[in-house]
Design a protein around this ligand. Structure first.
Ligand SMILES: Cc1ncc(COP(=O)(O)O)c(C=O)c1O
Length: 370
């Protein structure tokens, strides 16, 4: 039964149960906006947590899902395969940095990261290095909300500090401080801090995880491509795998198709989600190089149930990501436009930048009409 505090049994994420006003009811969406039951149309400047990069009700996406659902909705990839999964995997291999030739599907960004972490730890086990069973992450990092992911999110400022006693312990290096346009010399301090942690703990570190270029949920902390290049070198030196979490940055969100492209760096493992399906269905892909993949010959990697349902994989159109970037850039401009009256917006910096916002936690804000 719904309680006095909430008229609906839906338990909303990020809601303060005591102070949260009833959530506005969304009845439809078109392009960059969605409509409330009262008829009011709001620009979705959050992209629904950075997912809806093609906008709502895109005819091609809707048609593809409808058509595929009529043929085959889901079949396990354990021991079976299907053409849409194969086609999508090939397309991802084509557009991601050279060398990422293998694709493991799962069902959300968090699970995609779990797959990456397991892959890294198992990779070292298979090479006879079982001691490399911890991970190195960065302060300000956000990698998802499963237990494994919470353990590699910022342990102090992040939203998971409450769970410290419950989570496995990993290593953290300071968040990079050099800005996007920093000269190579300006990242030396950041890289020296990374090196110090690796020097001390590399014998037990399987992988360095990072949101390349942009630590998104942790405060939109941007860094330089030189930092990515330096991190790549350090990982090679200390026999640590490099994992790029491109769940938020992938598909054009930093101006190139992937943040890795700014630095011309190929990570050993890369995770994609959000824009992968334009937010229409939850899904993720964890890509790996041949070096990582080949270590598993003679062994296997476990997976969750809903792996690559064909309904979203089908007819994934190649030119879309580029259009998606233009769309999201335009959306950013709209979000800053004084002509619009009301937005649903996210991200700390946006929230902080706009006066008169009514915050309901750091991540979402309503900007009242002018
Ligand atoms: C960088 C990054 N990694 C992982 C995740 C987790 O993805 P999901 O919410 O689909 O589990 C997020 C979500 O915001 C993210 O921004």
């Amino acid at each position: 039964m719904p309680s006095l505090l909430s008229p609906s049994p839906v338990w909303h994420p990020y809601a303060h149960l005591k102070t949260q006003r009833p959530a506005p009811r969304v009845v439809g969406g078109e392009g960059a906006s969605f409509t409330l039951e009262g008829g009011e149309t709001l620009l979705d400047a959050t992209c629904s947590w950075w997912c809806m990069i093609h906008g709502y009700r895109h005819p091609r996406l809707v048609r593809a899902i409808q058509q595929q659902a009529d043929t085959l909705c889901h079949v396990m990839l354990g021991g079976l395969t299907h053409e849409p999964a194969d086609r999508l995997a090939r397309e991802l291999v084509r557009i991601t940095p050279a060398g990422l030739d293998h694709v493991f599907f799962s069902d959300s960004g968090s699970v995609g990261m779990e797959v990456a972490m397991k892959m890294a730890v198992q990779y070292h086990q298979l090479h006879g290095r079982p001691g490399k069973h911890r991970l190195l992450s960065l302060m300000k990092a956000y990698h998802g909300d499963t237990a494994g992911c919470m353990a590699v999110c910022d342990p102090e400022e992040g939203m998971h500090s409450l769970f410290a006693g419950y989570l496995p312990r990993h290593h953290f290096a300071p968040a990079p401080t050099a800005p996007f346009d920093a000269e190579p010399g300006a990242v030396e301090q950041d890289l020296a801090a990374l090196r110090r942690v690796l020097e001390r703990h590399h014998h037990e570190i399987a992988a360095l995880l990072m949101e390349p270029l942009l630590q998104a949920a942790g405060g939109l902390n941007m860094t330089s491509p030189h930092y990515l290049r330096g991190a790549r070198k350090l990982c090679d030196e200390f026999d640590v795998l490099l994992v790029f979490d491109e769940v938020a940055t992938g598909f054009g969100r930093t101006g190139r198709m992937f943040a890795a492209d700014h630095a011309d760096v190929t990570p050993d493992i890369m995770v994609l989600s959000k824009g992968l399906t334009g937010g229409y269905l939850g899904h993720a892909a964890t890509l790996a190089t041949g070096r990582v993949h080949d270590a598993f010959v003679g062994d296997s990697l476990h997976m969750p149930s809903c792996t690559a349902p064909p309904s979203w994989a089908t007819r994934w159109p190649a030119p879309w990501p580029w259009r998606a970037w233009r769309c999201s850039r335009r959306r950013t401009t709209w979000a800053a436009s004084p002509r619009s009256t009301r937005y649903y917006a996210t991200s700390c910096s946006t929230t902080q930048a706009w006066p008169n916002t009514r915050q309901s936690r750091t991540y979402a804000c309503w900007v009242p009409p002018r």
